[in-house]
Design a binder for this molecule. Structure first.
Ligand SMILES: C[S@@+](CC[C@H](N)C(=O)[O-])C[C@H]1O[C@@H](n2cnc3c(N)ncnc32)[C@H](O)[C@@H]1O
Length: 359
């Protein structure tokens, strides 16, 4: 039975008015929010600055009248959400006749563009009776199955930060943006692609760089760099033949041509000063190595990369073995180092450093 409308109550908060047409594009502008890994927000803000027509930018929240497909090409963010706020004191208020109609229209607009085939709710208390009712209503209204585990249209509810109402965020893509389409092969210890992108951006992207990726694993750093633009040369090595096979599959899926080989990064027999940039995601001492192994690996690695990099070369290291890495670095006295970022990723908090040779 249709519920009576409640015209006495304003449906939207002042902060999030109805989408307005943008005079330059004549398309309605929508409000969006980007989600970045904690520690990489500044990289996402810089990338957001490159999006034409994004306006009224507040951190990672902004208005945008353009094609959402442009947002799905952002490389530093985990996800992009379209966002709308309702002036209701609790999620129960979203079950009101008017609010539910507006919410359904809002979500249908996102699903129509994103092609989502199922949905799920992501909110504190999502097992509650109210959330279950909301899921039932949306299942009918959206004509999409509710899949609490893997639903493609992720709908997040949260209290407004600076208002009395609730925000509803709808992820514009069926998968997170960090789950790259090129990743057809995954390995334990594989780097989150947004971390790889951030490391390259902050280490500096130069067309003339000859790039080496020792310990290349599934190829994340190689592929992300190749997608960013040209380089003079690029090669990856890994001791593990399975990792090299995995990297080759990913490289092929990305439609790139990058050389990867089974080789010990510490004994490549390449001539001194072969590279201008070395990018390394070192074994961290959990799933794929031991801390004891790393005690020997880290000093030998820094020594050999010093030989392989050009005089003005850079070495970017990502590691979760922070104490070990910093101890080895100060014992060797061969490198200047500065921290690029520390990021929360997959339950770890690795740091990325940029090193240059001491002269
Ligand atoms: C943290 S994983 C790299 C993960 C990679 N960034 C990815 O996204 O898949 C470290 C890799 O170092 C490799 N490795 C360890 N010691 C090595 C060595 N001496 N030479 C070459 N590769 C080595 C391991 O086989 C593993 O694949």
């Amino acid at each position: 039975m249709p519920r009576p409308a409640r015209p006495d109550r304003p449906a939207f908060s002042r902060r999030s008015p109805r989408p307005k047409p943008d005079h330059r594009t004549r398309q309605p502008a929508h409000e969006y929010e980007l989600e970045a890994l904690r520690g990489l927000e500044h990289v996402a803000v810089t990338e957001l600055d490159t999006v034409p027509l994004a306006r009224d930018i507040r951190g990672l929240r902004f208005w945008y009248p353009g094609d959402p497909e442009r947002l799905s090409r952002l490389r530093s963010v985990v996800a992009a959400y379209r966002i709308r706020s309702w002036d209701v004191p609790r999620p129960r208020g979203l079950l009101g006749n008017q609010q539910l109609g507006e919410l359904t229209d809002f979500l249908l607009g996102v699903a129509e563009v994103g092609g989502h085939r199922s949905f799920r709710l992501g909110a504190a208390g999502k097992e509650s009776g109210v959330m279950q009712r909301l899921a039932e209503e949306l299942q009918t209204g959206l004509n999409l199955p509710h899949d609490p585990q893997d639903g493609e249209l992720l709908i997040r509810l949260r209290p407004q930060e600076d208002g009395p109402g609730w925000d509803v965020l709808a992820r514009i893509t069926p998968k997170p943006l960090s789950a790259r389409p090129w990743r057809v092969c995954n390995m334990a210890g594989g780097l989150n692609a947004t971390v790889a992108y951030a490391a390259h951006k902050l280490a500096g992207q130069r067309d003339q760089d000859r790039i080496f990726n020792p310990m290349s694993g599934s190829g994340t750093l190689l592929i992300e760099r190749d997608l960013m633009g040209p380089s003079a040369a690029m090669v990856g090595v890994d001791l593990n033949p399975e990792a090299v096979r995995c990297a080759k599959s990913n490289i092929q899926a990305a439609g790139r041509e990058i050389e990867v080989a089974v080789r010990d990064a510490l004994h490549t027999e390449l001539p001194a000063r072969s590279f201008d940039l070395v990018m390394a995601d070192l074994p961290w001492g959990d799933a794929i190595s031991t801390h004891t192994d790393n005690e020997a690996l880290y000093p030998a690695f820094l020594h050999e990369m010093h030989r392989l990099t050009s005089q003005r070369g850079r070495l970017c290291v990502i590691t979760h073995e922070i104490r070990l890495f910093e101890r080895v670095l100060s014992a060797q006295q061969k490198w200047h180092a500065h921290e690029l970022f520390q990021v929360a990723s997959g339950g770890h908090h690795p740091k990325a450093y940029l090193l240059s040779k001491r002269v």
